[in-house]
Design a protein around this ligand. Structure first.
Ligand code: 3MF
Ligand code: MG
Ligand code: MG
Ligand code: MG
Length: 386
């Protein structure tokens, strides 16, 4: 089976399945797909929802009448095909006005325009039912730091997010905001490059409870980081408001590959983490079909993302139920009730007892934790021999 239903909460962006194969060196290889058609196809495939940037749906220069017609047609398609729009976001990166930043531009007019465009896009997202609003600052960064704005940029970004969080409350939208880190591309360096830097920044906002993180598999992998580790820290902070799933070869340009197509073990441990911790939000595939593909390849890509997630979900359940794996896991951990008591919750007495304790370093250093065995069991499981 591995055929999804809307209960699985898989989402795609209009910009993902709608990607036409354009890259920095080549023209589109596929014809554009209309938003209502994408809704029809994703509905047939069992997706839950569609996410969008304002201008994925409504062209930046549309008249008010065009806006209304386009939105009405899209809403009709969503309801015809049983899809929702759980997340909306702003395109603050395509227009040349944002070439040196949106909220972090050194030009106050650009910063004000970015706020205006985002408020309008938040209006649109609310109209479509979105409850999560993502900020990916694609142009918030630099190639050269000669402009001397590093600290100003952080302050401008903070002012903008505080303003927009208040706008959301004043309008009664109740958005939860998810900040999406990326280390680079399209800027040489993008500000707030990791999930951890976003978490640190969120604590400085006026409404920190309204803000979380939207981590993306490819963004950490590009810079050689382990995505599952990043997501674990976000979960620990209670800040996993959204997630972008895809794949990527480390150290390359932004590839946005089909989920699970490259780093299958990290994908497995990620799915296991999400499932074991009961992540209940949408799982958004922020990826696109290979440039080589025609439209059939686009839907094969979309089916594949969801299918692989469901296979890995089943593997995670198998992992949790496998007696040999569970025995190896139990053997990996050494528990000691007395030491647990001694090391949790400081008291002068405990500190004293711990200082006086003798540890057998040679024994500690000599222990084999069994990770080779445990990992091979995992590989066997993933390769289908268990
Ligand atoms: C780029 C991205 C973005 C964001 C999107 C908001 C265009 O690498 O990941 O996709 O995901 O702007 O969600
Ligand atoms: Mg990305
Ligand atoms: Mg991308
Ligand atoms: Mg993304």
């Amino acid at each position: 089976s591995y055929v999804p239903t809307p209960d699985d909460k898989f989402t795609f962006g209009l910009w993902t399945v709608g990607q036409t194969g354009r890259d920095p060196f080549g023209e589109p290889t596929r014809a554009p797909l209309s938003a209502p058609y994408i809704a029809q196809k994703l509905g047939e495939l069992g997706a839950y929802g569609i996410n969008l940037h304002d201008n994925d749906l409504v062209p930046i220069d549309a008249s008010a009448a065009e806006h209304d017609r386009i939105v009405a047609e899209f809403r009709q398609a969503l309801s015809d095909h049983g899809l929702v729009v759980p997340m909306a976001t702003t395109n603050l990166f395509s227009d040349p006005a944002f070439k040196d930043g949106a909220f972090t531009s050194a030009d106050a007019r650009v910063r004000a325009y970015a706020l205006q465009k985002t408020m309008r896009s938040m209006d649109l997202g609310h109209e479509l039912g979105a409850q999560t609003y993502v900020f990916w600052g694609g142009r918030e960064g630099a190639e050269v730091d000669a402009g001397g704005k590093l600290l100003d940029a952080i302050g401008w970004f903070r002012d903008s997010l505080n303003f927009l969080a208040d706008y959301s409350e004043a309008q009664g939208y109740g958005y939860r905001f998810a900040l999406e880190p990326k280390p680079n591309e399209p800027r040489g360096d993008i500000f707030f490059p990791t999930a951890g830097s976003m978490l640190g920044f969120i604590a400085t906002l006026e409404r920190p409870e309204r803000f979380g993180v939207n981590p993306e598999f490819a963004h950490d992998t590009m810079s050689g980081l382990n995505f599952a580790h990043a997501v674990a820290q976000v979960i620990d902070a209670g800040k996993l408001f959204h997630i972008d799933l895809n794949d990527q070869k480390p150290g390359r340009f932004d590839q946005d590959l089909r989920f699970g197509s490259e780093n299958i073990k990290t994908a497995f441990f990620l799915v296991k983490l999400l499932e074991d911790t009961g992540y209940a939000g949408p799982k958004h595939f922020d990826a696109h079909a290979l440039r080589t593909e025609d439209e059939a390849g686009v839907w094969a890509f979309a089916r594949g993302c969801m299918r692989t997630y469901l296979i890995l979900r089943e593997k995670a359940r198998q992992f949790n139920a496998d007696p040999e794996i569970q025995a190896a896991l139990a053997a990996y951990r050494v528990e000691d009730a007395e030491l647990a008591d001694l090391t949790r919750g400081f008291s002068p007495q405990k500190a004293e007892a711990l200082r006086d304790r003798t540890f057998d370093r040679a024994e500690l250093g000599g222990r084999g934790p069994g990770l080779e065995h445990l990992d091979q069991l995992t590989v066997d499981l993933l390769l289908g021999t268990r």
